[in-house]
Write a protein that binds this ligand. Structure first.
Ligand SMILES: NC(=O)C1=CN([C@@H]2O[C@H](COP(=O)(O)OP(=O)(O)OC[C@H]3O[C@@H](n4cnc5c(N)ncnc54)[C@H](O)[C@@H]3O)[C@@H](O)[C@H]2O)C=CC1
Ligand SMILES: C[C@H](CCCC(C)(C)O)[C@H]1CC[C@H]2[C@@H]3[C@H](O)CC4=CC(=O)CC[C@]4(C)[C@H]3CC[C@]12C
Length: 369
């Protein structure tokens, strides 16, 4: 009986499977989930790289769909054993409207939950974010905190608001009866700032540095620590959590886990230099070159320009009051909850993560020339 249960092949669905994190989750499942029988990759935009995966031993089904369309989600979820819901609109730059962010991140998540309930899918892993906790609007530091650290989570920006609401929906859905009578088991993983192969903002910083003759200019004090985690380890954590939800339902159901690994605690810019430095860039200044009030002023000006220009053109620079506050507030985690609850250990050391990211930045940078 135990043998036949072990031999059972499972159907996994990854929403947002063609995004930065989603692609790593998809590839990790194919490499490291022995019970995988079929992998459904659901995304609004399917990547051409999916084709090469279709020649392997696991059946890979690409599904072009929108999480805001309940019927499309239900069709994709039907018959799946496990859903990893990573699709989301990651926008802190004002590219999308608050309504669209809410629709994708909150209503999309509601659709995924309801689809699980209607079709009898029992296991749901949700990609949440550190942003559901903070940094808060008051700029309070969160220093080496864990899942139980008390922190005043106050959100105003549409992205963290939407992630917090969606996470709550997922956690509250734990224990709901799904079609067939069994309970839904859910958990939420909260990555800090993810980096690694495919990280577009890192690539943009690299290209910007190249345009400026190899220089980047420090804007944030080196003393402000920003939590970062390697994409391969975040993907591995999703795969392990999804695998262990069944065996450890009572312990893991309804729980949140920060994503962590051995990446060093550094400021956002100093951390990026771990990769951009070996690619030939230099960060100028031991201290920020501009006084903080100038950055606050430019960020506010950018927000005003975005609002004024919106009828004519989309103006969405990296610097705005929200991104400045996030980059300028210490937020780091120190926890072993995922290790205690489901045996997570980072698959990639810091050295591996760093080397892989450097190689990718070099390749991505040269392909831009
Ligand atoms: N990038 C980061 O540093 C962090 C990301 N996260 C979360 O991780 C998840 C993945 O983020 P990334 O990979 O960075 O973003 P991404 O933008 O690269 O990937 C998101 C994927 O979701 C898909 N998607 C968006 N709207 C959709 C819709 N309506 N229907 C179907 N698919 C849709 C996109 O096409 C994309 O492939 C998100 O839920 C995000 O909130 C959490 C913490 C940090
Ligand atoms: C773009 C910011 C850095 C620019 C600062 C400037 C203009 C002074 O150089 C990024 C700083 C921190 C990033 C965010 C953070 O890593 C946490 C995140 C979690 C998520 O769930 C989504 C992405 C993000 C909000 C991430 C976005 C870019 C930064 C704000």
């Amino acid at each position: 009986m135990a043998d036949s249960a072990q031999a059972q092949k499972l159907v996994y669905l990854v929403t947002g499977g063609c995004g930065f994190l989603g692609e790593h989750v998809v590839r990790m499942l194919l490499q490291r989930e022995p019970r995988l029988g079929e992998l459904r990759v659901f995304d609004r935009h399917l990547g051409p790289w999916l084709e090469e995966l279709k020649t392997g031993p696991v059946r890979v089904t690409a599904i072009q769909g929108d999480v805001t369309e309940a019927h499309e989600v239900a069709a994709a979820v039907a018959g799946a054993h496990v859903v990893i819901h990573t699709a989301g609109l990651v926008d802190v730059f004002g590219r999308a409207s608050p309504e669209t962010i809410h629709e994708v991140n909150v209503q999309g998540t509601r659709n995924v939950i309801e689809a699980c309930v209607q079709t009898g899918t029992q296991f749901l892993v949700y990609t949440s974010s550190m942003e559901v906790v903070g940094p808060n609007t008051k700029g309070h530091p969160f220093y080496r905190g864990n899942e139980d650290t008390l922190y005043e989570a106050v959100h105003r920006h549409p992205y963290p608001c939407s992630k917090a609401l969606a996470e709550r929906l997922v956690l509250e859905a734990n224990g709901r009866e799904v079609h067939g009578g069994l309970p839904l088991v859910t958990c939420a993983l909260r990555p800090t700032g993810i980096y690694g192969e495919g990280h577009q903002i890192m690539r943009d910083f690299y290209r910007q540095g190249l345009r400026l003759g190899g220089w980047l200019f420090r804007a944030i004090p080196a003393s402000v620590e920003h939590g970062r985690v390697y994409v391969g380890n975040v993907a591995w954590m999703h795969v392990l959590a999804a695998r262990e939800l069944e065996r450890r339902a009572a312990l893991m159901g309804g729980q949140v886990y920060f994503c962590y690994d051995g990446s060093p605690y550094k400021s956002y810019e100093d951390f990026n230099m771990e990769f951009l430095g070996p690619c030939g860039l230099q960060l100028v200044g031991a201290r920020p070159l501009l006084p903080y009030w100038v950055l606050v002023f430019v960020a506010a000006l950018n927000a005003l320009l975005q609002w004024l220009l919106r009828p004519l053109v989309l103006y969405a620079p990296l610097l705005n009051p929200y991104t400045l506050a996030v980059a300028n507030t210490t937020f780091t985690v120190s926890t072993d909850k995922a290790q205690r609850h489901f045996g997570y250990e980072p698959l990639f050391s810091w050295e591996d993560s760093r080397t892989r990211t450097i190689l990718w930045v070099q390749a991505a940078g040269s392909s831009a020339q």
